[in-house]
Design a protein around this ligand. Sequence first.
Ligand code: PLP
Length: 359
Amino acid sequence: RAYNFNPGPAALPLEVLERAQQKFVEFENSGMSLMEMSHRGAIYEKVHFETEALLRELMSIPEGYKVLFVQGGASTQFAMVPMNLLPPGKTASFVATGSWATKAIQEAKLFGETAIAASSEADAYKRIPAIGELEYPSDAAYLHITSNETIEGTQWAEYPDTGIVPLVADLSSDILCRPIDVSKFALIYAGAQKNLGPSGVTIVIVREDLIAKPSITVATMLRYDTHAKNDSLYNTPPSFAIYMVGEVLKWVKENGGAAGMEARNREKAELLYAAIDGSNGFYNGFADKGSRSIMNVTFTLGNKDLEGAFVKESETLGFSGLKGHRSVGGLRASIYNAVPLESVQALVAFMADFQRRNG
Ligand code: PLP
């Protein structure tokens, strides 16, 4: 297996892939694959509702929240959130933390009034604004944050208490990387393809009272209440992707739940950041120390040639996905839940060796 540091779709636990492989052709003595059977049948329904129940358990999702499985990726949520939660005359406030927050803002502008509660654009998005910097009206439709900026490698260390203003968060690249208090949020969304499973399904966790009626005329499939009223079975769901999410969640549970994931992720992140900080300036972390992500570790080398050589050599040794995003440059190691400590240990050893030869 490659040392998989891809930003998304990303590494899945080997055990999960092997278990799914065993059931790939013949699912539960049904004479067919899960992919071939009705989503209205008892076998699939069991998978569907068990996956939801496990997510509720692992994230301690309180009563009064709906868990939805939808399609279209987190990018569709950039539109669905304002379509459903931003009525005319109201403003949605955003914290501009980087590339993905910017995409969310641009999309919301198509549907209503937006405002910026705080921005770190002047600092090249190297940091998450302090909670004290946020300014938004008390009658804002919602405040939107991006929990983890996948491209810049920054992450909110703690979330704001927004009181009566609904807090909406994109957790695409850090859902279930640590325990969170779901009751602080009005709506959480996340594409599955980093911490939860393959691409093709997007998770939405939303307070029921917010989705009774969309803010504008909205296509049936883009209304949260359509999916909520039908337990995410209004139309054909991405059944195999949902099954895989369920298998990943079982693995998360076996490995200590959200707290177990946090311990695992902190160990990996600390090892990698220590290698960067201890390199006497050969490697430089991109994000400010206080805003560093435990999911995406971004760093640079002295020049582009050296960075190119690093990526090339790493690939010949079985490392995958270390090239930074084109908008930021440099290097990025994505160390989501499923990336084993051994991959990070191998990377740190390669970094030291590369420095010895090129420093
Ligand atoms: N938000 C964040 C934080 C992401 O990292 C990504 C994808 O990398 C997206 C949104 C877009 O997700 P999707 O590709 O599922 O539309």
